[in-house]
Design a protein around this ligand. Structure first.
Ligand code: F6P
Length: 323
């Protein structure tokens, strides 16, 4: 019986468990013996494998995080770490490895593939910044968590006629901020893809109040030049230009910890199964993502080291609607 190993890597994302469950159950259905690797690439380097059967992945589809554990593994970036990981796959007679993770994880997957392993990536990160896929596992749930926070902040902002800066995650990509900002009806959105001067933000906020708004919400991406910290510093020194009180909230890791919504459970399930299908057909060196509503492959080489920026057309739309 052919062996298939699965690991989760990098930042956890809601829906990773659904993907793991699908890999295990679809893998067994397709005749594979499935092994889980604990704690991402660190566990792979250390040979931390566990056999997984259908019951081992029962009751996890609704859980955030990842039951396999995950790490940000610096060692895999070294040639000795990569060689040790490849050695473990050979020693365990594992011809196929499925890597559920985001940018850094798929770059690692490409290094393993180049080293002789047969790897299939599954697109999973809350940042939705992976090249070759319209959407990644976890992004939609993270946006919903941010959205709930924004809705709550608007209530208190409107009561006190305040402005709020809400910083959301996303690393160097503005997707989370853009979608949460539009869906949350933000007055201003600040993303790394569009340069924004803090004085323009001040002007937009003053105008919002002048137009009779009782509140103003600024959604900023952590990767923007003027993120929460930079804006706090700027308006700390030039607060009088705002003309009203400003409060700052940084959502941070709260966005990653949510229970996956229906979309991420389905996406994890579909992409996990598609990865097993690829393994059964010996299609390796790819990342499985979603394009135009269907599971679609992209060569690992094209994904590794690249970043997909947010769709700036939506930024223009947001500006038009924030009147
Ligand atoms: O890549 C997912 C992500 O949550 C980013 O949005 C964020 O910048 C980063 O991970 C945080 O990493 P860590 O959990 O290692 O602090």
């Amino acid at each position: 019986m052919q062996r298939l190993a699965v690991l989760t890597s990098g930042g956890d994302a809601p829906g990773m468990n659904a993907a793991t469950r699908a890999v295990v159950r679809a893998g067994i259905a397709r005749g594979f013996e499935v092994l889980g690797v604990r704690h991402g690439y660190t566990g792979l380097i250390q040979g931390d494998f566990l056999p997984l059967g259908p019951r081992d992945v029962g009751g996890i589809i609704q859980l955030g995080g990842t039951m396999l554990g995950t790490t940000r593994c610096e060692e895999l970036r070294t040639s000795s770490g990569c060689a040790r990981a490849l050695g473990q796959l050979r020693a365990q007679r594992i011809p196929a490895l499925i890597v559920i993770g985001g940018n850094g994880s798929q770059t690692g997957a490409w290094e393993l593939q180049r080293g002789g392993a047969s790897v299939i990536g599954v697109a999973s990160t809350i940042d939705n910044d992976l090249h070759g896929t319209d959407i990644t596992i976890g992004a939609t749930t993270a946006i919903d968590v941010a959205l709930e926070a924004i809705d709550r902040l608007r209530v208190t902002a409107a009561s006190l006629n305040r402005a709020f800066v809400v910083e959301v995650m996303g690393r160097h990509c503005g997707h989370l901020a853009l979608i949460a900002g539009i869906a949350g009806g933000a007055e201003v959105i600040v993303i790394p893809e569009v340069e924004t001067d803090p004085e323009t933000i001040a002007l937009q906020l003053r105008n919002a109040y002048a137009r009779g708004k009782s509140h103003a919400i600024v959604v900023v991406a952590e990767g923007a030049k003027y993120n929460a910290q930079a804006l706090a510093h700027h308006f700390g020194e030039h607060g009088e230009r705002l003309g009203f009180d400003l409060r700052i909230t940084k959502l941070g890791h709260i966005q990653r910890g949510g229970a996956p919504g229906a979309f991420d459970r389905m996406l994890g399930t579909l992409l996990g199964t598609a990865a097993v299908d690829a393994a059964a057909q010996s299609r390796f060196g790819i990342v499985v993502g979603m394009r135009d509503g269907k599971a679609a492959d992209t060569p690992l080489q094209e994904v590794a080291g690249k970043m997909k920026p947010a769709d700036v057309r939506l930024f223009d739309l947001a500006q038009m609607l924030a009147t």
